[in-house]
Design a protein around this ligand. Structure first.
Ligand code: IVH
Length: 694
């Protein structure tokens, strides 16, 4: 007998503990114990209940898993109607609300409780003697649907009020919603399963709440925020709405952390602005804020008109999403040649402005969202963010709408478009010629580490390009002092200096010139290797790049095989330059536009210093044996091996006493340990590059 009383007490204690930690975790985002400790408590209660089914109560946290499906929801008549709120959009409407309230109460300034307007579903929760007995949707305001079984699975809804003397009756009113992060996770899971995605958190909360199978509801993360009380008996005597919210928070309901008591219309407007700024960062969607006269006696005096209270108003934010239609998909070319697809839209008012264009980011995004010309789409604009196409409304797709593809030629200069596999980016290869890349190309050409034209900075290039004096770097050599002096803020003396600096830049090293061309992926180091290999600009232009790339791939494959067997490696063409970089150079040089500009540069007297084609110098690491292990920060292992071989070194696969250096990157394993044991010198990538003279 006493044993069973002990067990009953233990079960009750466990229920209390678990619900307390539920609230810390789901209600306050502030867990006090680890997941493992929580699981231990939960399992203890489950075991206890399994052995003694008579100890199971409907309020037990073990019962949140969801019961068997229902055929339909029952009807619930609300004890007090669930009303709606009047809306205000403009400051003048808020001022008019405040004026009516002041006149109604005969006060000069009124105290308001201000809070976010949750964009979820209105719910009424009934607690009898502190026990959750029923949850219902708003329905038509008078009769709603009984969704108790589903709401039991929502952990932010206490199944029992934690107070020792609970009220005989308490109706808690608030909104069921899905946090943005849980919505994203749900959609990611839907996507992975190939199932339909939800349009927004509100829709997914609605769909989840109205599941006839509570087990589905239980598997998703709904939450609940309380904003008021309906019918009640035996609660403390409240004087203000803000006290009601505090009471609900004490009873382990989530209430908005942003709630605030303010005074007068200025206080309301300041709150609106503050929450508006925070809106995007809030964990849940809101569509406005709600202002309520704080004193409950004043609320009573003001009463209701039709179905809305006179003492409260919803102040709405401009919609962040709107429906529009894709009229066309165009491609914008950025300063670096990157192509961005942009949807041209039927004008739509969203987030406070009229939107006619929305970014589609890149081709992968277009594919993922499957946006096609003619589609009806949801456009989103949050705060200052560039408007984007959030998703397509598939039901509205017109027959025969074709999948969209990136153009093969740049819409600005008609050069070939290349795809950079590793970056999911498409890029125009007409870098020297393309109108979109003009400024960038000239600025880069003139920069200190490239052709080093002193005095030709960004601002001057801007003016030269905008006034049509310069289209490509070759035009620089046509400028005279009069052209420059004609520009804004350009003194004659400095104009002459710039012209002299341009003239002087005709004689630079081949490495600098190659770098100055601004080929994608070709930094100073790669430019130097190219210069050394080809010896002259003519050599670079005459190369058969397709053959070189083939050769590169063949040697790399062979060397991987040899390295695994510990054999000596073959010499590779263009040591240290991978096939992707080579492809980028090949694409650039294949554009006749770019070749024309290079030819023009040479014709205007640019004469990069030619080198004798790389004679087989005695290398910097001739006769040394290297082993590569782990992931290097910048170079692939192939690239590192090629550079070592180019400088006369050998690369082998296993560490022995004969190994001179082990080059170790991240996650180096047993080879690293062996090197340490044998006392072999261990190098990081940067040490290797120094050794090789880079
Ligand atoms: S108070 C008498 N406070 O907005 C009506 N409602 O248009 C009292 N809502 O369906 C409602 N957040 O569910 C109130 N902080 C909040 C709210 C809020 C969202 C919803 C409410 C109702 C609708 C009224």
């Amino acid at each position: 007998m006493s044993a069973s009383r002990d067990l009953r007490a233990r079960a009750a204690a466990l229920r209390g503990e678990i619900e307390r930690h539920n609230h810390q975790y789901y209600g306050l985002d502030a867990p006090l114990i680890s997941d493992a400790e929580y699981d231990a408590l939960f399992r203890e209660l489950q075991a206890l209940e399994a052995g003694h089914p008579e100890l199971v109560t409907p309020q037990s946290p073990t019962q949140r898993v969801g019961t068997a499906p229902q055929d339909q929801f029952g009807q619930v008549r609300h004890r007090l109607p669930m009303l709606s709120l009047g809306n205000a959009f403009e400051p003048a409407e808020v001022a008019a609300f405040d004026r009516r309230v002041r006149e109604g109460l005969g006060e000069d300034e009124v105290e308001y409780a201000a809070e976010p307007k949750f964009d979820g579903l209105a719910i009424n929760l009934t607690y009898v003697d502190g026990v959750f007995t029923q949850g219902a949707t708003r329905g038509d305001g008078y009769t709603g649907e009984d969704v108790t079984a589903n709401l039991r699975t929502v952990r932010a809804i206490p199944l029992e009020l934690p107070v020792t003397q609970p009220p005989a009756l308490l109706e808690v009113r608030g909104e069921v919603l899905m946090h943005k992060r849980d919505f994203e996770a749900l959609n990611a899971a839907q996507r992975a399963k190939g199932e339909r995605e939800y349009v927004n958190p509100r829709n997914s909360a609605a769909g989840t709440l109205r599941q006839l199978d509570p087990r589905i509801t239980a598997a998703r993360n709904l939450t609940f925020y309380a904003y008021g009380v309906g019918a009640s008996e035996g609660t403390p005597k409240f004087e203000r709405h803000s006290e009601v919210l505090d009471y609900l928070a004490q009873n382990r309901f989530r209430v908005a952390a942003e709630r605030q008591v303010v005074r007068g219309v200025d206080g309301l407007m300041a709150f609106y602005a503050k929450i508006g700024e925070k809106r995007a960062a809030l964990p849940y969607d809101i569509d406005g804020v709600v202002y309520k006269v704080n004193a409950l006696s004043s609320q009573e005096r003001l009463g209701f008109v039709a179905r809305a209270p006179r003492f409260a108003v919803a102040h709405k934010y401009p919609a962040e999403e709107a429906v529009s239609e894709v009229l066309a998909i165009e491609v914008q070319v950025g300063r670096t040649g990157a192509l961005t697809p942009v949807a041209r839209l039927k004008p739509v008012f969203v987030g406070g402005v009229t939107v006619t264009n929305a970014t589609l980011h890149n081709l992968d995004q277009v594919r993922a969202k499957d946006v096609r010309i003619g589609d009806t789409v949801i456009v989103r604009r949050a705060g200052d963010v560039i408007p984007e196409v959030a998703r397509v409304v598939p039901e509205k797709r017109v027959d025969g709408a074709a999948q969209w593809d990136m153009p093969e030629a740049c819409p600005i200069c008609k050069s070939k478009v290349e795809r950079i596999e590793s970056e999911a980016v498409f890029r125009c290869t007409g870098g020297l010629f393309c109108g979109a890349q003009r400024k960038q190309a000239v600025i880069h050409y003139a920069s200190r580490r490239a052709m080093d034209i002193e005095g030709l900075g960004e601002k001057l290039v801007d003016q030269l390009v905008e006034t049509g004096r310069v289209h490509t770097p070759a035009d620089l050599y046509k400028l005279d002092a009069a052209d420059l002096a004609a520009l804004e803020r350009m003194a004659e003396k400095s104009a002459a200096n710039v012209v002299a600096a341009i003239r002087e830049s005709k004689h630079r090293t081949l490495g600098r010139f190659v770098y100055a061309l601004g080929m994608h992926h070709v930094g100073e180091e790669v430019a130097k290797i190219l210069a050394q290999h080809f010896g002259s600009i003519e050599g670079l232009l005459a190369a058969d790049w397709i053959a070189l790339i083939d050769e590169k791939e063949r040697v790399q494959k062979e060397n991987t095989r040899r390295r695994n067997r510990g054999e000596a490696l073959m010499d590779a063409v263009l040591p240290g330059i991978g096939p992707e970089i080579m492809q980028s150079v090949a694409n650039f040089l294949a554009q006749s536009h770019n070749r024309d500009v290079i030819r023009e540069l040479l014709e205007r007297g640019v004469k990069p210093e030619s080198l004798a084609p790389a004679a087989r110098r005695s290398g910097k690491v001739t006769g040394k044996t290297f082993v590569l292990t782990g992931t290097l920060p910048n170079l692939t292992r192939d690239e590192a091996a090629e550079r070592i071989v180019a400088e006369g070194g050998r690369v082998t696969g296993s560490v022995s006493k004969k190994t001179d250096y082990v080059v170790a990157g991240a996650d180096a394993g047993s080879k690293y340990e062996k090197a340490q044991a044998l006392g072999v010198t261990i190098l990081e990538e940067q040490d290797l590059l120094k050794l090789l003279g880079f």
